[in-house]
Design a protein around this ligand. Structure first.
Ligand SMILES: NC(=O)CCC(=O)C(=O)O
Length: 324
């Protein structure tokens, strides 16, 4: 057991997190209004970190991304360019919470001059993007989904986000000054342990994934992946889904949950609209890390491929050949 006076280097003080398992529909304005009501409810529980689901302002699906997409850059966008940006900022400010604003479809427009015709050409690129706001309503971080959801399980589900979306290209860490660092990624990103491990090694106390798993992989993998990322990295993991709507084209699994650093599920929703709340405590992180000291036991001499590329090149030149 960590002593009660052991301060956690990664989580400065206990904090409540709330995942809003929002019921969404095709009306963006109604989705934003409903999100605002639910964020208020979540804040009333004492939660200081509130999370919304993936694509909380729209139905989820490739057919919807372009028509719901909003312009976020240059930042800050105008209310006409991004009503969701301004609604999220107001939700965070009005309730004095850190708001990990699920995700929204984003469009970025670039204009280039064609070398052959000399004509201006406009290109639109779409992303699945999460915005995090501070309790004053300031934008703290933007995460564009890095791993696009492209799967094909015959007879069950085929989905190709990459038909419409482009991927982001960074690990997103958000500094919450009173508490510490949180890693934010989106849904399918949870399947990639590398992203989570990098965030953990850079000092995060929690990994937060707005997501929308489906009824094929959800029952098999959602909880498992949440627990896996927690036990791998000995930190808290929160997964936040939309509520299930069987009248929608995509049926979300629901089951928003929070897992502790020993991989115990602290709270888990069913499929309906609800809010799940859990307290995160740095002592739990230290206790897990003290009892099972993975962080001092890594054998990068055995798996140099896991080092950052610069260190790996150094290892290769000094220690040997890469073997597969
Ligand atoms: N929205 C998503 O990325 C869905 C991911 C998913 O369902 C999976 O199985 O992975």
């Amino acid at each position: 057991m960590a002593s009660s006076t052991t301060p956690s280097p990664v989580l400065k003080r206990p904090v409540k997190i709330a995942c809003v398992q929002l019921a969404t529909g095709p009306d963006k304005t109604a989705n934003l209004r409903r999100a605002a009501d639910k964020v208020r409810e979540a804040a009333a529980t004492g939660a200081k970190i509130v999370v919304l689901p993936e694509c909380f302002n729209s139905p989820y699906g490739c057919d919807y991304f372009p028509s719901y997409a909003e312009t976020l850059l240059p930042s800050p966008p105008t209310p006409a360019q991004s009503p969701s940006f301004h609604a999220l900022s107001a939700m965070a400010r009005d309730n004095g919470v850190y708001l990990i604003g699920g995700s929204i479809p984003e469009v970025a427009t670039t204009t280039t001059t064609s070398p052959s015709t000399g004509q201006a050409e406009t290109k639109q690129t779409y992303y699945n993007t999460s915005l995090t706001f501070s309790p004053t309503g300031a934008l703290l971080a933007t995460h564009r989904k890095v791993h696009l959801f492209d799967i094909s399980i015959p007879g069950r589900i085929t989905f190709r986000e990459s038909d419409v979306l482009s991927p982001g290209n960074k690990v997103t860490l958000v500094e919450l000054p009173e508490y510490g660092l949180v890693g934010v990624a989106i849904c399918y990103d949870v399947r990639f342990p590398e992203l989570a491990t990098i965030a953990a090694r850079r000092g995060c106390f929690a990994l937060v994934y707005p997501g929308a798993f489906n009824l094929t992989t959800g029952p098999l993998h959602w909880r498992l992946l949440g627990r896996a990322r927690a036990v791998d990295n000995q930190l808290y993991v929160a997964l936040c889904s939309p509520a299930r709507d069987l009248s929608a084209g995509y049926h979300a699994w629901g089951h928003s949950l929070v897992v502790d650093p020993m991989a115990e599920v602290l709270v888990e929703a069913g499929e309906e609209e609800t809010i799940v709340v859990a307290e995160l405590d740095g002592e739990k992180i230290e206790e897990a890390r003290k009892g099972i000291p993975l962080r001092n036991q890594r054998r990068f001499d055995v798996y140099p491929d896991m080092l950052p590329p610069t260190s790996w090149r150094l290892w290769q030149s000094t220690c040997g050949q890469k073997t597969v």
